[in-house]
Design a protein around this ligand. Structure first.
Ligand SMILES: [Zn+2]
Length: 205
């Protein structure tokens, strides 16, 4: 049996974080008929007694079966320590300001392998982002799994909270201005950035 305790009473359903912990989520899906999986929500009073009783939460298995797959979108968070001119394949030489960069991509198969490839410095240059991952620091990947291709929607959302990178960067196959965004500061410290993540990762079934 697995017991999940959600310390917040106003919750409707429970889902594993399949974006971040893919192995745990696929395992949970696989063993769901062999184990009792019991998510409950509890509310606490200030004196640490239970407030509104205990509620058993629904698990949207049908939705999870459809969404827990190794496909979807990803963000790459990178940092440039100084302003520099970088040759980016067909885009030619582009000036990049010092700061943090977020790239949005997607892989509608083998998402993990794609992200793993981006993390390698030595590789054959293929995508625009390869020219940046080669010289940037602080590589961090954030998978946003989904059965639908959402990279352009995510790019749209990021464009409203960050500055746009070069025209056509990673967006040769779509109508977006760019799939690269930048900021002087660290986006991981921006509330607006976490709101965007939440919007795409915590989609309601
Ligand atoms: Zn796009």
């Amino acid at each position: 049996m697995i017991l999940f305790i959600v310390h917040y009473p106003h919750v409707r359903c429970f889902m594993p974080d399949f974006h971040t912990d893919y192995d745990f989520s696929t395992t949970m899906l696989k063993v769901r008929d062999d184990l009792m999986i019991l998510p409950i929500a509890v509310g606490w009073r200030p004196d640490l007694t239970i407030d509104q009783g205990v509620r058993i939460l629904e698990i949207p298995w049908k939705y999870l079966k459809q969404e827990i797959k190794d496909i979807g979108s990803y963000l790459l968070v990178l940092r440039l320590e100084r302003r520099r001119l970088i040759r980016v394949g067909g885009l030619g030489k582009v000036m990049f300001e010092k700061g943090s960069y977020i790239y949005v991509g997607s892989a509608m198969r083998n998402l993990r392998a794609r992200i793993g490839r981006h993390g390698q410095r030595r590789k054959k240059m293929h995508w625009h982002i390869d020219y940046l991952t080669q010289v940037a620091h602080g590589f961090l990947s954030i998978p946003i799994r989904s059965s639908q291709r959402r990279e352009c929607e995510i790019a749209q959302a990021l464009s409203s909270i960050m500055k746009s990178g070069p025209l056509g960067f990673g967006s040769s196959d779509c109508h977006c201005f760019t799939h690269l965004f930048w900021n002087e500061g660290n986006p991981l410290e921006m509330e607006a950035f976490h709101n965007v993540l939440e919007r795409f990762m915590m989609r309601r079934p």
